[in-house]
Design a binder for this molecule. Sequence first.
Ligand code: FE2
Length: 220
Amino acid sequence: MLTPDYLFTRRRAPTRPMILIPQSLTELSGPVYGHESVRSLDNDLTRQHEGEPIGERIIVNGSVMDESGRGIPNTLVEVWQANAAGRYIHVLDQHPAPLDPNFSGAGRTITGANGSYTFTTIRPGAYPVIGLNNVWRPAHIHVSLFGPSFLSRLVTQIYFEGDPLLRYDSIYNTAPDVSKHAMIAKFDMANTQAEWAIAYRFDIVLRGRASVYFEEPHAH
Ligand SMILES: [Fe+2]
């Protein structure tokens, strides 16, 4: 979507209307990548290495729902994020913040019968957008959903309640107000675990007014 304040969209956004290509049964009924190979610990990003990652341990709980609040089961939920210092393990991320040998920053899970999911991770750090003058991304976790067919992939970002960088973030500000609200994980005292981790809640509504904002490719 062309959003003049979000500079990258000037180069990347399509200038012509989208052409819808009819989808055949082969595409809609093809195998969905990855469902079978998800292991039970894949949703705990703090236990993928010998030691524990540095950072503030958090639990993110939520549900994937349709517009009437019904949970959507068997949805592949994948997350990826920077470490506590705001650094990704990626060749394109070379900004001067340390990597964490105990943190890869990727996880996945499948929603349960009632549409619920949970991740344990560390709170990601803010990071600078290299090449822009003092532009920082707020703390965020990227999230992708795979629905019942390979073509039904949706991608968005989880932000955190109270982050002062949100008001400066051009990606966040691309979303309409109602969707902005839906992209913010709410602090969730009830699910905080004593002497272990604080918790956030992030529900994902797929259609309708309360729907979360789904981004186009290439967002950082
Ligand atoms: Fe990011």
